[in-house]
Each structure stands twice: as C-alpha cells, then as structure tokens.
Design a protein around this ligand. Structure first.
Ligand SMILES: [Zn+2]
Length: 421
C-alpha cells in the first residue's frame, strides 16, 4: 500500500484539536428535532476546511412517496442535514466515498444515574463521557478529522469524499433518506457507527407490529361463559415464540455472534383487561419482529400473519374472532454488502495495516441507516467506527479516545487507498 508515511503522526499531532472538537459536538445536545446547533457547528467546521458545504433540509413532502419513508412524528420544518464535499481532482483511478454519521441522540433517561452531566463531555481515564459520545459523534468526528489531517498533509483525492452529517437516524432515518432522494451518491459508504473497529456490513431489520385479540367479558364468577382475551393471547404468544425458534433453526449466517439471536421477536407492551374480577375483553400487544438478512419485509409480515392465522384456526373462538395484526411506525429492512466486495476487502486490509490486527467482520442485529444505502441507493456499505454499541443509549455513555484516533487513521488511510490520488 502506498500510504502517506507521516499520516499516523499527523493524526497524533491533531489529537488535541480532534478532542476539543468532539467535546463541542457532545456539548451541543442534539435530541431529535433539536439538532440545529450541532449541525451549524459541523457546517462551520467543514467550511473552514474548504469543503463545498450544502445544507439539506428534510421536508416530509419530498420523501413521502419513497418506499422507505416513515413519518417519525418530529417537526418537518427545522431539521437540516449537512453535506460537505471534498472534490476530487478527477485524475487517474479512484472511487468516491461517503462518510456518514448521525448527530441525533436518544434521551438521557434518569439524570441522577449519570456521574457527570450528559452534555459535559467530561474526559476521564482516556474516555470521553456524554450522550452521543459513542453513538455516534466520535465516529463522525473521526471522519471529519481524517479529511482535515489529509488536507494538512497536502493530499487531494482523485475522487470525491462526502461527509454527511444527518439527523433522524434514531427515529427511522429521514436524514440519510433525504440525502439519497436529493441525489447524493458515491461508490461506497462507511457509516461511522460504534463497532469497536469491527467491519459490520450485514444487519438485521425490524418491523413494529400491533396485535389485537378480542374475548368476551363476564363476571369472573361466571368465567366459563366468557372468553379471556389474555388466555387467547397466550396461545398466540406461544405461536410467536415457536415461529422465532423455527426461523433461527432454519437460518445460518457465519457473521452473527449468537445463532439464536439474529432476528428476535419481542412483545414490548401489553394492555388487557379492566378489572381483576372481570374476564378480559381485549388485549392489545405491541412488539418488534426481526428481519433476516436477505429477507423482504413483506415475507416477514406474511410469515408472522400466517403463524397467527394458523393458531387462530385451531381455536374455536379465535377462528370465529380472528386476531388483528397491524404494522406501524418503524419498518426497517435488513441490509447487507457481500463480504468479497472489493470495498470491504480494501477496508479490511487498511484496518490490518493501521492496527496490526486482522480485521473482524461481523453482522449486527440492530437497524441503522445502512439499509437505506444498500437497498435503495444500491451502494456497498459497512458500519465501522470507534466505541462499543453496548455503551450506546446507556447511562454514562462513553467512547475510548485512543479508539477514536485509530479510527481516524484507518479512515484517512482508506481515503488514500480507495479514492486515489
Ligand atoms: Zn447510531
């Protein structure tokens, strides 16, 4: 590989600048619908680096007809994405690259459980603490400084590098979807999500559902003459768990850590009954059904509905009073890029060169914006970034700063290897 020899030193020399900027990013709290401040901070930084910066608002009316659109219920008027383009020379060979990161963060939960303010960006023991530090401002910051350091070394890529700072990932992905609908594209994407520097180019999807079961209420003293919706729901719950077991038995994928936890089905809420001495009339349960890689959302919905129907048909009451299944809110597809894709092979080789350790490829069970790139923009993509997803959304969220520096070195080297010169 023809790496710039002093790249690693240049990243180390930029350490203080990088950490100071990451602190500002974390301190600019950016709960959903309040991403403005951090986006302005990033736009200003990208402009100061001489990138061509565009502010790209997410308007629901531009997105509504897209099959991957989901209304996340937040204000459609004030939400902006930032795209910075580092224009390539166009000379020689090379491929363009998108570095994508979301700035929205999830709520902090019980403040009293935090050791420091979630917006303090406190540094202790080589870690930066704060909501969004790990998921995923550190990754985005690593992408920005990869470009910054290459510029300081006088390097210019042959093909474009785009930094996309997007909103709305945690609530369904309208930020990244906006960039796709507006035509921003490249030959490959790194989503700088926390992966502990593992390459994660495969992800499961998840579909939110609501299951309504009706019974017939009566005084509990007369129970045999009524129908308990809770007991009927128990039959269906059993069928749902069997379906999940069966789907995992029949699916094999080497990149998942736990073969029994690839696309779990979870009942998250259940409401039923009105009074302890009344046979319950209705149960409404809401849950999340996993989508296997390579499986369409429609196939998953059909499998779920068929399992419910089969169980209902075997029960005298349910066959006459079929349960209702609705699909609502998040409908996240699975996504994947084949492991032998040259982009992934190249990133793996760069990782090995920079870190001295063989790259680890893994599949993840959570949704993210990656599916939008692989399925709708048809761009080979992977998650790759600093921090542990186990820290994402957690109290005392943190990111190890050395890992952020390493990610910066890998991404910078990848730009020189992938985008040409
Ligand atoms: Zn994330």
């Amino acid at each position: 590989m023809n790496t710039l020899p002093n790249l690693s030193h240049a990243v180390d020399a930029a350490r203080d600048d990088l950490i100071a900027f990451l602190q500002k990013m974390v301190q600019a709290s950016s709960l959903p619908n309040h991403e403005h401040d951090v986006q302005n901070l990033i736009a200003q930084k990208l402009r100061s680096m001489g990138l061509e910066v565009e502010i790209v608002p997410s308007h629901f009316d531009d997105l509504r007809n897209h099959p991957a659109f989901g209304d996340d219920g937040f204000s459609p008027t004030e939400r902006i994405n930032v795209v910075g383009r580092w224009r390539g020379t166009g000379a020689g060979d090379g491929h363009s690259l998108i570095l994508n990161g979301h700035v929205d963060v999830v709520p902090v939960g019980d403040l009293t459980l935090w050791d420091d303010s979630p917006w303090g960006a406190v540094i202790r023991d080589g870690k930066m603490f704060g909501r969004g530090s790990c998921d995923m401002k550190a990754g985005l910051c690593a992408g920005i400084f990869a470009v910054d350091v290459l510029q300081r070394l006088g390097y210019t890529p042959a093909r474009d590098v785009l930094i996309e700072s997007v909103i709305g990932e945690e609530s369904g992905g309208i930020g990244t979807l906006t960039t796709i609908v507006k035509g921003y594209t490249a030959d490959a994407v790194i989503l700088l999500e926390p992966t502990r520097l593992e390459l994660c180019p495969v992800q499961s999807g998840a579909l939110t559902f609501r299951l309504t079961v009706t019974g017939r209420s009566i005084h509990a003293a007369m129970k045999p003459y009524g129908v308990s919706a809770i007991e009927k729901f128990a039959l269906l719950l059993n069928a749902i768990n069997q379906l999940s077991d069966e789907r995992h038995r029949n699916f094999k994928h080497e990149l998942y850590e736990d073969p029994n936890n690839i696309a779990p089905i979870n009942i998250g809420t259940i409401r039923g009954g009105e009074w302890h001495s009344t046979v319950p009339e209705e149960v409404v349960a809401e849950g999340r059904m996993g989508v296997l890689p390579g499986e369409s959302n429609e196939a998953v919905r059909n499998a779920f509905e068929a399992a419910i129907q089969l169980t209902a048909e075997s029960d005298p009451w349910l066959s006459q009073h079929p349960p209702r299944v609705e699909w609502f809110e998040g409908q996240f597809e699975s996504g994947q890029t084949p492991l032998d894709h040259p982009f992934l092979q190249k990133l793996g080789a760069v990782h090995q060169q920079v870190t001295g350790s063989a790259p680890v490829f893994r599949a993840v069970t959570y949704g993210s914006d990656m599916r939008l790139f692989t399925n709708h923009a048809k761009i080979p993509s992977t998650h790759y970034g600093p921090g542990d997803v186990g820290m994402a959304h957690a109290v005392n969220e943190f990111v190890p700063l050395d890992e952020v520096l390493t990610a910066t070195k890998v991404v910078a080297t990848m730009i020189t290897e992938w985008c040409g010169k």
